[in-house]
Ligand binder design. Structure first.
Ligand code: PRX
Length: 654
């Protein structure tokens, strides 16, 4: 093994072929999948052209599939015209007008069913209201909403008139909101008086007001949906109630036909350094892969009830709540609340109540629910489920097995989907009726996606299980178009190799003997212990495999001799030891990791806490943990932490 490459330490041999129960109805068999791979292999661009012709209703068909004359600013279907909202709604009306599009459940348990006809009509009326407020094609609109059906209505309405939306997650602070408004130079904010989460009110309008107080000169109007009915202030001349804005508006609204390359949305994502990047997505290419992955990875069928638990503030809530499922005529569930309210059975109770067949969530949610015990899921009838999915971070094999057994009743395949805000749609993921899965692996790149592992020089690593950088070697339709207002940053961050030919994902990964991909973590997270580069995820996985451990995060701490030492933060299933120290347990866990992986990966220090610091999207804040491990003062912003009181625990002070 070359010294520079990343050493893999995780060994997982269990394999799960598609269950007979799933195969009975699966739409994509191994044979058909092989045909797709063969077609893409033969002619990648022609393959996507065919997919785009059959999956999208074009107002003006494209004659050119890919303009690559200005790489890495690739333009898919450049002379085609379409409307995304038309493809999601109007085209369902012929056959599915009375089918339920959205099953909405509020935090308090209020339920509403909205048909495609009704959704179409609400989107049209709201799109007309936007136009009446002076919004036109190309204008930016910020959406800062609770997770309610109107958030999707707002997104679809923007798409209908060619306005570019940028959804800001409702948990973000006034200053994050302000940064995004200013970077997009948006004309309007669509918000609500508030939302409900876990029995509490989230003050969306008050937060919007304080963001607008301190700048945001581009904002001309604010539309406010009345959700909670609690007291808020409305500024005359600027603020208008949603309900008043749609009053008297026609329920017919001709879609604005836009170029396939017209931006559909901007979505901000934070890198490990610098200010958030406004990831810009197209209309045609983005929609295409949102659709193809609904078919290939989620096997979406007419009778499915599809529940992706992500908030629309994240890319997952764009591709697999607001766009992909509607463009394929699916019934979706939208949930305003949190998984633990009124108790930790909420997800499972809702799966039963709404007869959910496909359930898609994040490993962090799964681990949190494992900690609550099996009684919660066991109380509910989960027999309608036929497919499970995960996204957002590597799922450790123990959590995978629990998901498979306790939630999936050993009959539901699990699709572990690797992708990013930047990729727009799944890139590496199982096809559930064809792929034999392995817990912890996102398996193979989808048809038409050319993923590979390279070393620091950009050369492909072909040796099995040798880790390196994950790259995509050919453009794909739902790729990001640029970083809003910063083409240079787009080029520098994502295309450092070979004059912009390879897309650098920023993750480290390896491929096993079968060519399956195993994501090892972000490149920034790789440790270098005595010259061995270790992925943090694998050590975390080993710790979580111990029956006493609920969650773990690993960071590197500078070490005179080894370069870096392994520093572990551990959340136990049981009580946290007093003072956060337990030498005996630490020895046990060190020995355990030694057995699982090898002495090199043994944590030098372990600190116990009730929780790990996470971003609002559930990602562990490793930079913060690194600072703490070094014993340095915390200078970064910790205001977005779910539970700030754990800081002294992480610092070993309580
Ligand atoms: O590190 C990978 C991890 O999440 C990153 C992308 O984060 P974001 O843009 O917020 O999008 C999350 C939803 C797509 C990736 O670079 N990641 C995402 N899915 C997986 C994953 N890591 C391992 N396995 C996955 N299935």
């Amino acid at each position: 093994m070359s010294e520079n490459n990343i050493q893999s330490t995780l060994h997982e041999d269990r394999q799960f072929p598609p269950s007979p129960a799933f195969l009975k109805t699966a739409s994509l068999s191994a044979d058909k999948l092989a045909d797709l791979y063969a077609a893409a292999e033969k002619d990648n661009i022609g393959f996507w052209a065919n997919q785009a012709r059959s999956e999208i209703d074009w107002q003006t068909p494209f004659t050119q599939t890919l303009d690559d004359s200005n790489a890495p600013f690739y333009r898919w279907f450049p002379d085609g015209k379409l409307n995304v909202s038309y493809n999601c709604l109007d085209r369902q009306l012929e056959k599915h007008a009375d089918k339920t599009a959205i099953i909405f459940e509020g935090d308090a348990g209020d339920v509403a069913h909205i048909t495609y006809r009704e959704l179409h009509s609400r989107v049209c009326a709201f799109a007309n209201a936007l136009t009446a407020q002076g919004i036109a094609q190309g204008d930016r609109v910020i959406i800062y909403m609770p997770m309610i059906a109107e958030a999707v209505v707002a997104m679809q309405a923007c798409a209908r008139i060619g306005a570019i939306h940028s959804v800001v997650f409702g948990g973000f602070s006034a200053s994050s909101l302000k940064d995004r408004i200013e970077d997009t130079r948006a004309k309007m904010v669509i918000t609500a008086d508030g939302g409900h989460r876990g029995g509490r009110v989230v003050e969306l309008k008050a937060t919007t007001d304080s963001a607008l107080e301190s700048g945001c000169k581009s904002i001309e109007s604010v539309i406010v949906f009345k959700r909670t009915g609690h007291n808020i202030s409305m500024q005359a001349g600027r603020d208008i109630w949603w309900q008043d804005a749609v009053e008297g508006q026609s329920h017919v609204c001709e879609p604005v036909w836009v170029d396939a390359t017209h931006p559909l949305f901007l979505l901000y994502t934070s890198g490990s350094t610098g200010k958030p990047k406004g990831i810009q997505h197209s209309s045609g290419g983005y929609l295409l892969n949102a659709i193809t992955t609904m078919r290939w990875v989620f096997d979406i069928q007419d009778t499915d009830v599809f529940w992706c638990t992500a908030d629309v503030g994240w890319i997952t809530g764009h591709s697999y709540v607001a766009y992909g499922p509607l463009a394929t005529g699916a019934t979706i569930v939208i949930f305003e609340g949190v998984p633990t309210y009124p108790d930790a059975g909420r997800f499972w109770e809702m799966c039963e109540r709404h007869s959910v067949t496909i359930f898609y969530t994040a490993p962090t949610a799964i681990r949190a629910l494992i900690k609550q015990g099996d009684d919660f899921p066991n109380k509910h009838d989960l027999s309608k489920l036929r497919l499970l999915g995960t996204v957002g971070e590597p799922i450790n094999p123990e959590a995978w097995i629990w998901y498979h057994k306790v939630i999936g009743g050993e009959r539901c395949p699990i699709v572990d989907t690797w992708w990013q805000t930047e990729t727009g749609a799944h890139m590496i993921a199982p096809v559930p009726g064809a792929t034999t899965t392995k817990p912890g692996s996102c398996t193979r790149a989808l048809p038409g996606i050319d993923a590979a592992i390279v070393n620091q020089e950009g050369e492909e690593i072909t040796t099995a299980n040798e880790g390196g950088y994950l790259v995509i070697r050919q453009p794909w339709p739902s790729m990001l178009q640029t970083v809003w207002g910063d083409d240079q940053r787009y080029q520098d961050s994502y295309w450092p190799y070979f004059d912009g030919k390879y897309y650098l994902a920023g993750d480290s990964a390896r491929r096993d003997e079968d060519g399956f991909f195993w994501i090892m973590g972000r490149i920034d997270d790789v440790l270098n212990v005595s010259g061995h580069r270790l992925g943090t995820m694998e050590i975390e996985s080993a710790l979580v495999a111990n029956p006493l451990v609920a969650e773990a995060a690993i960071v590197g701490k500078p070490h005179d001799i080894k370069g870096e030492s392994v520093f572990a933060y551990v959340v136990l299933k049981g009580e946290r030891p007093t003072g956060g120290i337990d030498d005996e347990l630490t020895q046990t866990l060190r020995a355990w990791v030694g057995e699982q992986i090898g002495a090199i990966a043994k944590p030098d220090e372990i600190r116990y806490a009730d929780n790990l610091p996470k971003t609002r999207s559930g990602k562990i804040m490793r930079r913060l943990l690194r600072t703490i491990a070094k014993g340095e003062e915390i200078t970064s912003d910790t205001s977005t932490l779910e539970n700030e009181s754990i800081l002294p625990q992480l610092q070993g002070r309580t």
